[in-house]
Design a binder for this molecule. Structure first.
Ligand SMILES: Nc1ncnc2c1ncn2[C@@H]1O[C@H](COP(=O)(O)OP(=O)(O)OP(=O)(O)O)[C@@H](O)[C@H]1O
Ligand SMILES: [Mg+2]
Length: 964
């Protein structure tokens, strides 16, 4: 045997054994060929020695007689050492007793021997061998031989151990795995279940193995699970299924069961190995996720939020219907990136795409947060959209998708715009209100200023009037005694200057609103037309005059003479401003000054007005000066050409007439002055009769009862002008006082509608009781029918409707006075007295008390009265006058209204109480008003305006004393 073979046999005995048959055996001798089917002993020996196992032969008693060469090769023994029972030396001492015992038992029983035990090799290493020995019996059944063989099973045992270990590892692993595991065989019966399964289900191995595991599935899921398993089993395919698995506590949990088929090396199917995972939590999570998703879906749906997804790799744009709607695209129409870029409003395209690029840019990874407008693809409607999104990037940092949300914010934008608009409007309104307030304050300041100047100039004019009075009176007195024509001429000049001065004073008074106005219900249009000729003459040929009077013009209540004056002043100003050529327009129309206008002009009340506008194309007035033009004495005209009182008069007149003036001017364009006079709803008064044609008047005494002061004074003037003696009263009660004072009154002329508790018909009855012959004439703005209400007027009572002409009044008065019953004896005296002043005899010498604080004026009055032949007494103040009145009797009290201490009005009251028959004449530069004296005094007094002439004074004196 070659050393190499031995060595290889030593290192790997099994391999060495088999190898010995693969190599040649060399003999020392030659052998003859064997006949077919023949065998010789040498060949058998060769075969036995070269068997791959260790072989031996024993006699019936167990005495081993022969070991093959393999034995000695392995054990390193010789036949002598081994013969009989020598084999024990290669056995392990620990095992040997068991081997001997078994071997002896087999020898004793004649039964086959089989055992695995270790045998020591030549290298001293024990290796396991499977020993088998079979008895050989003779014909009598006695054991005559033992044939034994020992096979090295170390490799087999190593494999088995490895297998055992692997299986143990698998079990260990499987039992400790957190999932349930199972194994089935090819028939589908479960052969193994891990510990987790038993712990989870509470099943025993007995219950679970085979198909028992199905009992632990939920009854509802079991048929499906069984079907899936069996079907997969039949096809030997991997499978995966979900079912509810019963836990040991009886509750079911969702589980996922996944299995793969097992095949042996030869490819035959061995069954499945599978695992079961409790996915209840995952299911719960999934359910919660689903729920959360549903909630999100509902929320986003409710909030009308649309999700969008732009897949850049596949170039796909995913838009839900709601986003499509934002671009005016129907829900079922497919969309692409082009729909996005084309749908953007051109102005928003650039910023929006820039923002999207920034979101996709891996270096920026910006938040895509934009608001843009879209133009609806199908409907062309413009909408506002707010979109937000983020890019998603892959491992290489490439942007693969951009996802985000979009909301239609059209309504919000609209609201925002509206809000902004509202704020804007509010701001302008506030600004306007502030501006208006400023304007109103400015206007107030201006009117207060003019008011103050008015008071001042009024006062000045008053004093000025007093002076003029003195001068004029003296000039008049002087005139009687001058015959020299030169002196006469000078006197005329002086008187002319006084008249101019009086005119000036008149204008000042007008500005101070102290002109004794005679307002009438007039048609301003007619009045302006009437001025046309005169204006054309005044303005010259170079100035075109246009007059426009609008149709349906309302009447206005104003003093026509003063109105003419005002228009004339404006026209002259226009002429001067136009330097002789241009166009003058006078417009007359209805106007409504509304609350807004009134708010801006503190002195204007809203309402209906008649507007007279005088407009020129002249030089205009610069803005710095415009506030001053109404001020008295403000003039830009050269010395001697303008007094600066024209506009002041216009202003004062408008104010005093309860109207308003406004001036508009534009330098180098022209100026427009607008006068607003209050509308009157009355019928137009009869035109003022300018000529003094004699009318049939009378000398009787008439008591005028009228609450409207201006009407009253007009009536009084009218009646005085007709020669009547006039008594006046502001209401029925004061009228009754006058009647009851015992005055002889021929006619009661009373307004029907009057303030106070005593009504006019009652007054008339009481008057008749007291003075049976008294005639009564009612007047009213209403028609006769409206007054009488189907009833009858009392005997001797008549009515004259307003407006009436002086003629009509005169006729009516005469008719009533003449129609009175004849006087009874007790009335004789009064009648005689009333008739007497009409006689031709010289006027009676009267005792007159003149009360005037201004020395010069007092002197003049005294002069004038003495000149008339009266006896005149003087007092410089009311207190002195009162002392005189208490001491002596006077026929007439001639007093200034404004006195330093007690006023003239109050003095007159005292005088009347002391001497009821005394006549009272007030001298004043302004018209009397109700506050100047008690009513009964006013009713019994007359007024003379300063400056007065001697003849004025004489006339008044006659009138007044005749009344008494
Ligand atoms: N239509 C106008 N165009 C330009 N300036 C005017 C006009 N009306 C008035 N003015 C200016 O207002 C000033 C005052 O006018 P106002 O009529 O009060 O006085 P006057 O014309 O100067 O003098 P008076 O009218 O007393 O003769 C004028 O001097 C002039 O500067
Ligand atoms: Mg003027």
């Amino acid at each position: 045997m070659a050393a190499g073979e031995e060595q290889s046999g030593l290192s790997n005995p099994a391999g060495q054994l088999w190898a010995s048959l693969n190599s040649a055996t060399r003999l020392d001798q030659s052998l003859p060929d064997l006949p077919p089917g023949g065998i010789d002993d040498a060949s058998f020996r060769l075969l036995a020695d070269n068997l791959p196992t260790l072989a031996w032969i024993a006699n019936g008693d167990g005495y081993i007689v022969w070991f093959n060469r393999r034995w000695h090769d392995y054990c390193g023994t010789t036949p002598d050492q081994m013969e009989g029972w020598g084999w024990q030396t290669v056995h392990h001492p620990d095992v040997l007793p068991g081997v001997l015992e078994r071997w002896r038992r087999s020898i004793g029983e004649g039964s086959p021997f089989e055992m695995i035990y270790p045998l020591r090799g030549a290298d001293g290493v024990y290796r396991p061998f499977l020993a088998r020995a079979a008895p050989v019996l003779d014909a009598s059944g006695k054991v005559v031989r033992w044939l034994g063989k020992n096979s090295d099973v170390s490799a087999q045992i190593r494999v088995e151990a490895a297998l055992r270990e692997s299986e143990a590892r698998f079990r260990n692993m499987a039992d400790n795995a957190p999932v349930m595991m199972w194994v089935t065989d090819a028939s589908g019966a479960c052969t193994y279940l891990n510990r987790e399964w038993f712990e989870f289900t509470g099943q025993t191995a007995q219950e679970a193995l085979g198909l028992g595991w199905l009992d632990a599935t939920h009854p509802d899921d079991r048929p499906e699970a069984e079907r899936t398993f069996l079907a997969a089993n039949a096809r030997r395919e991997p499978f995966r299924m979900e079912y509810r698995l019963r836990r040991r506590d009886g509750s079911y949990r969702w589980a996922i069961d996944a299995a793969a088929p097992r095949f042996s090396d030869d490819g035959s199917f061995c069954g499945y190995i599978g695992s079961v995972l409790d996915i209840e939590e995952r299911h719960e999570t999934e359910d919660r996720l689903k729920e959360a998703e549903e909630r999100l879906r509902l929320a986003t749906e409710a909030a009308e939020v649309g999700f969008w997804d732009l897949d850049l790799l596949n170039d796909v744009l995913v838009w839900p219907p709601i986003v499509k709607a934002m671009f005016g695209i129907s829900a079922d129409v497919p969309v692409s990136m082009e729909d996005f870029s084309k749908g953007l409003h051109p102005e928003d395209l650039e910023p929006t795409t820039t923002a999207l690029q920034a979101a996709c840019d891996p270096r920026q990874r910006a938040l895509y947060d934009v608001e843009y407008r879209t133009i609806g693809k199908e409907d062309g409607v413009e909408r506002w959209v707010a979109a937000k999104g983020r890019g998603l990037f892959d491992a290489q940092g490439r942007c693969t998708r951009v996802i985000g949300t979009a909301i239609d914010i059209t309504a919000r934008k609209k609201t925002e715009a509206e809000l902004q608009d509202l704020n804007q409007r509010l701001e302008t309104r506030v600004a306007r209100a502030i501006d208006e307030k400023r304007q109103a304050e400015e206007a107030l300041r201006q009117s207060q200023k003019l008011e103050a100047i008015g008071k001042l100039t009024g006062g000045v004019a008053h004093d000025f009037n007093n002076l003029l009075q003195v001068i004029a009176g003296n000039l008049e007195l002087l005139a009687d005694s001058i015959d020299d024509p030169r002196a006469r001429r000078r006197l005329d000049h002086a008187q002319d200057a006084v008249r101019r001065g009086a005119k000036l004073a008149g204008q000042l008074l007008a500005f101070g609103r102290r002109t004794p106005l005679e307002p009438k219900v007039i048609n301003a249009g007619k009045l302006v037309r009437g001025l046309d000729d005169m204006l054309r003459r005044t303005l010259g040929d170079e100035i075109e005059v246009e007059t426009t009077i609008s149709g349906g013009l309302w009447n206005t209540h104003a003093d026509p003479m003063q109105l003419e004056n005002a228009i004339l002043n404006l026209a002259i100003n226009a002429r001067d401003a136009m330097n002789g050529s241009g166009k003058l327009t006078i417009e007359v129309g209805n106007a409504f000054l509304d609350d807004d206008y009134a708010r801006l002009h503190s002195d204007v009340s809203a309402g209906q007005y008649v507007m007279i506008a005088v407009t020129d194309t002249g030089s205009g007035i610069s803005p710095e000066l415009i506030d001053q033009v109404f001020e008295p004495f403000f003039s830009t005209k050269p010395e001697g050409q303008g007094t600066g009182l024209g506009l002041s008069m216009v202003y004062g007149f408008a104010k005093q007439s309860h109207g308003h003036v406004k001036i508009y001017s534009e330098v180098a364009q022209g100026t427009s002055v607008k006068m607003y006079l209050p509308r009157s709803t009355q019928r137009e008064d009869a035109p003022v009769v300018r000529d003094d044609a004699p009318l049939v008047g009378g000398r009787e005494t008439i008591l005028v009862v009228e609450d409207n002061e201006s009407v009253r004074s007009t009536v009084v003037d009218m009646l005085s002008g007709l020669g009547y003696h006039v008594l006046k009263a502001g209401d029925a009660a004061s009228a009754l006082a006058v009647i009851e004072s015992g005055a002889s009154i021929d006619l009661l002329f009373t307004d029907v509608v009057m303030p106070g508790p005593l009504r006019s018909p009652e007054l008339a009855r009481k008057a008749k009781d007291r003075l049976p012959r008294i005639a009564v004439l009612f007047t009213s703005g209403y028609t006769e029918n409206a007054i009488v209400h189907g009833g009858r007027l009392d005997e001797g009572v008549s009515l004259i409707s307003k407006p009436y002409t002086r003629d009509a009044l005169a006729r009516k008065l005469r008719q009533l006075l003449d129609g009175r019953p004849a006087p009874r004896p007790q009335d004789e005296d009064g009648a005689k007295r009333a008739a007497s002043p009409a006689g031709d005899g010289p006027p009676p010498r009267l005792r007159i008390l003149v009360v005037e604080d201004e020395g010069l004026v007092r002197l003049l009055a005294t002069d004038m009265l003495e000149e008339m032949g009266h006896e005149v007494f003087e007092a410089a103040n009311a207190e002195d006058a009162l002392r005189l009145l208490e001491a002596e009797r006077y026929d007439v009290l001639f007093t200034d209204l404004g006195l330093p201490g007690m006023g003239g009005g109050e003095l007159a009251g005292h005088a009347l109480r002391l001497r009821p028959e005394i006549a009272i004449i007030f001298a004043s530069g302004r018209p009397l008003t109700d506050g100047d004296a008690p009513d009964e005094v006013l009713a019994r007094s007359i007024q003379i305006s300063k400056p007065y002439t001697a003849s004025d004074l004489a006339a008044k004196l006659t009138l007044r004393t005749d009344m008494e």
